[in-house]
Write a protein that binds this ligand. Structure first.
Ligand code: P1T
Length: 381
């Protein structure tokens, strides 16, 4: 099935009872049983809910996966994957990644007994030399948040497998429409479905997609045993969002390319990070492993104090200053004080998350309005 057809039909069959074309929202916590243990496959909504089942089928189809699981947030999905490990295990992680992922690793799982090393996963040799005998996972965000580094999925999968480890790819920024890590031999994909999958900034949700049955059963057990599950209304909203994913992504990418090209020529902008610019260090790799370069653009205004950017965000009319990304509307985020504030300042600076770094989630508005908005805001810097 081609992408636009898949997105519209994935997980959605007319309701066998009424013919309803849209999957009903099953607002129920429990299900009648004919006799103890005799039921229609549903017992209790933490374990299974038909709206969630439809969404999980759709999510699996989008990533070309055998299995998918939905969680209450992207971080709940991350939590479940890390629980596949045991105290003493070691994880290698992309240095540039979402601040909340860094926080759960350092402040929740490190005290619990896992150890983490943060490496530049764009450099396969560096990753190879950081492996230890007890390394069980290689955790890669590509493109990364917020600096849009692109890491080579097939080469990293090879390195991980040669050493008996698994490759996890956080595919949030790319979405399944732009990149399918499982087809490039990754073992597990995680998503913050809060972002492009939902697509309308009205849901918080996470997802895991994978092929290995044994890991699926353990993750399904954890989903129920720990209980960080999404409610049926949220599942319905993400199912609806998925139907327009390819259309939205095409427009996000088209606008992001124009915005990045505009910023690259602006005298007040010192640096632009966008995998669709020829100047991006992994421009060719992005072309190889992604359908399009994505809707996220970061850029640097050379200031030492975030206060110097006040004029910029105060004058924005179309962009909204906010955390998160992937909705139809354009957002601007200041990573150092917002999404990546949980990373210690010294580490942030070494990574390139400077006081003047701004991250744009380029929406699907008219690109001319977006550029005019940025142009007038930049005059206020
Ligand atoms: O917010 P939540 O649904 O729990 O997802 C966490 C998460 C995981 N992975 C990536 C790459 C992410 O960007 C996020 C969440 N990120 C933001 C809220 C943000 O503004 O960057």
């Amino acid at each position: 099935m081609k992408w636009h057809t898949l997105a519209v039909h994935a997980g959605t069959e007319p309701d066998p009872l009424t013919g309803a074309v849209m999957v009903p929202v099953y607002f129920t916590s429990t299900y009648a049983q004919e006799a103890p243990g005799v039921h229609k496959g549903y017992e209790y909504s933490r374990t299974h809910n038909p709206t969630r089942t439809a969404l999980e089928m759709a999510l699996a189809q989008l990533e070309g996966a055998s299995y998918a699981l939905a969680f209450a947030s992207g971080l709940a999905a991350t939590d479940a994957v890390l629980r596949l490990l045991s105290p003493g295990d070691h994880v290698l992680v992309s240095r540039d990644l979402y601040g909340g992922t860094y926080r759960i690793m350092r402040r929740v799982f490190e005290p619990w007994g896992l150890s983490f090393d943060f490496v530049d996963t764009t450099d396969v040799a560096q990753v190879e030399s950081a492996f230890r005998p007890e390394t069980r996972l290689l955790w890669v965000e590509t493109p990364s948040n917020p600096l849009l580094h692109v890491s080579p999925i097939p080469a990293l999968a090879d390195v991980a497998h040669q050493r008996g480890a698994k490759l996890v790819v956080d595919n949030t920024f790319a979405t399944p429409y732009l990149q399918n890590p499982l087809e490039m031999e990754a073992d597990i994909v995680v998503h913050s479905a809060t972002k492009y999958l939902g697509g309308h900034s009205d849901v918080v949700m996470g997802a895991i997609m994978l092929n290995r049955e044994e890991d699926y059963h353990r993750l399904r057990f954890l989903q129920n045993a720990v209980g960080a599950v999404p409610g049926p209304m949220d599942c319905f909203l993400v199912l609806r969002g998925i139907k327009t994913l390819p259309l939205r992504m095409q427009k996000h990418c088209e606008n992001a390319q124009k915005v990045a090209e505009f910023l690259a020529t602006h005298p007040k902008v010192a640096r632009v990070y966008y995998p669709g610019l020829l100047t991006h260090p992994q421009y060719l790799l992005a072309k190889q492993q992604m359908r399009l370069p994505g809707g996220m653009v970061s850029f640097e205004i050379p200031v030492q104090d975030p206060e110097d950017l006040r004029g910029f965000w105060e004058s924005l009319q179309v962009f909204t200053l906010a955390e998160s990304l992937g909705g139809v509307e354009s957002l601007v985020n200041h990573p150092a004080t917002m999404t990546h504030a949980s990373i210690p300042e010294e580490e942030r600076r070494t990574l390139g998350i400077t006081p003047g770094l701004l991250r744009l989630s380029v929406g699907i508005e008219d690109s001319e309005d977006l550029i005019i908005d940025l142009q007038s805001a930049l005059q206020r810097v």
